[in-house]
Design a protein around this ligand. Sequence first.
Ligand SMILES: [Zn+2]
Length: 279
Amino acid sequence: MKGDRPLSSPFNRHLQLRWRFLPQVGPFWSGMAIALLLSIFLHFQFPISTLAQVNPQTPSPPSLPSPQVHPLPSTLAQWQDIGNQGDYFSEISPTELGYLVWSRFPVKIYVEPPSEELVESNSESGTALHRSLAWFEAVTQSLQEWNAYLPLEQVDSPEAADISIWRSTPPLQGWREGNLRARSAETRYQIYRVNPASGPAYLTQRFNILLRPSQTEEYIRAAARHELGHALGIWGHSLSETDALYFSQVRNPPPISPRDVNTLKRIYQQPTQLGWPLD
Ligand SMILES: [Zn+2]
């Protein structure tokens, strides 16, 4: 997203992340292989802002479902903003497949734990272990904040996750412009095909979030809150600094605001091709 804008070679980044998973290739990866194919043709995985680079002659895959609205999750159905604070839905970009809504709950989220070497190491690296644990804790807290609005589940392996959050500094951006900027986070998604053991195949999204470790816990929590908002469907930014999805980091990061939730709810009332049976 803006502020966490794509790199010059985002595809390589994805491949690097993918390599981390490769030792445990399973049925899931057949889905990812098809996803890779799809993304080569359609560049689904890039934010809207880069879609202008897509070759207009790329072929469309056959028999995509028509866009439809999924049932609203009960947590969002019950949500009411008594203060009528409005939303920033107009700032949200649909993808070529429609809005990035999840339709199967709970959404499974992996948060990178401290490495085993760090845990097993002696007290010399106690500070590093402490920082890793603090990062993990801060990210987990932001996950729990969103769990009030969409059912989420923390899982132990990235293979099982819809959204993976990595303790990793996003690559510098802007080298082409000669104007390097450090970023606190980066969120990317890919679309892939799921072939369940029973039931029809469908398309779904999968997110990878890189979250810089060298920040205060408050900023880590705020960045995780913001990026999770993107991954849960808010693919755009608020123009108000009192919203968690404000486009820039602020001195006193706000919690998830009623406007954030109003926006999320409107997104989940929009049609999408994701999650519906293929063929
Ligand atoms: Zn953002």
